[in-house]
Write a protein that binds this ligand. Sequence first.
Ligand code: RIB
Length: 318
Amino acid sequence: MSDDLPGVSGGPAVVVLGSANLDLFANVATIPLPGETVLADGPERRVGGKGLNQAAAAARAGASVQLLGAVGRDDAAAMLLAAAADAGIDTRLVRRADGSSGTAWITVQPDGENAIVVLGAANRTVTSLEPDERGAVAAARVLVAQLETPIPAVREAAKVARAAGTTVLLNASPVQTLEDVDRRDLLGLTDVLVVNQHEAAQLAGAGTDPAETARSLSALVPIVVVTLGGDGALLADRTGLRHLPGVRADVVDTTGAGDTFAGVLAAALAAGDDLDVAAHRAVIAGALAVESTGALASIPTIDQIERRRAQLDEGAIR
Ligand code: RIB
């Protein structure tokens, strides 16, 4: 299927600049409050990182995908690269940095909610782009970036993309890493902003009402997508603001659901789908992702997404 979706000049349809992390999951009764100690089951070692998750989501949704980023020289690196290759991602430009790969400590409670602490490690060495990486961005249809990669590299990639006519999709997560000056600069280079409602409120800097924040961010970015978990998503573009309803899901673990949404949205936009169609597919994919554990492991394939979509269209499920 990836051959059907070439990027410009035969490049990948989607280039993801982002993190790859070893995720250490601990299952807890409740996520600890500051100063609290809780006991856990685990740890389970899994593959994750917002960049790798989003790349896998786009690849499983049918796009040809290239990942840009760095892993370390440790056991985790082999596990991350093998999982990426298994998901069909081109990892030829992923760098090897001295030291460890990124690591995320993830606590998950029974209702599927999580709390995550990330140690950037190798991911933090990507502070600027190499010529080959700039070429890959310029040849792609869509650049996807998040904020677990140093901001200077994200900004550079967005500038290259802008100059080449590559669509820039920014998932501004984790949003607290963004200084005000970077915020204005990066949003000015972004075509599609994907954030959850908390990130939207932080980026907008005023108010917490998702519709209000989506409207205010759409003055800065042509397309704003605010994900609402089980309630679907808000879309804001030049035709106005609209709500895409959520899809019912049996929630087990919400880790990676936002990444699944962003990656599937990117793949659909790269394939030329209209925004509402692309976002509907992303909502369905996000719902499927919360129904199993892990980040990358829970990302659905295009067949699973289409099956759920057909069931919804037939009214067999809600
Ligand atoms: O969005 C989920 C991801 O955040 C995890 O896989 C973890 O590695 C962190 O990057």
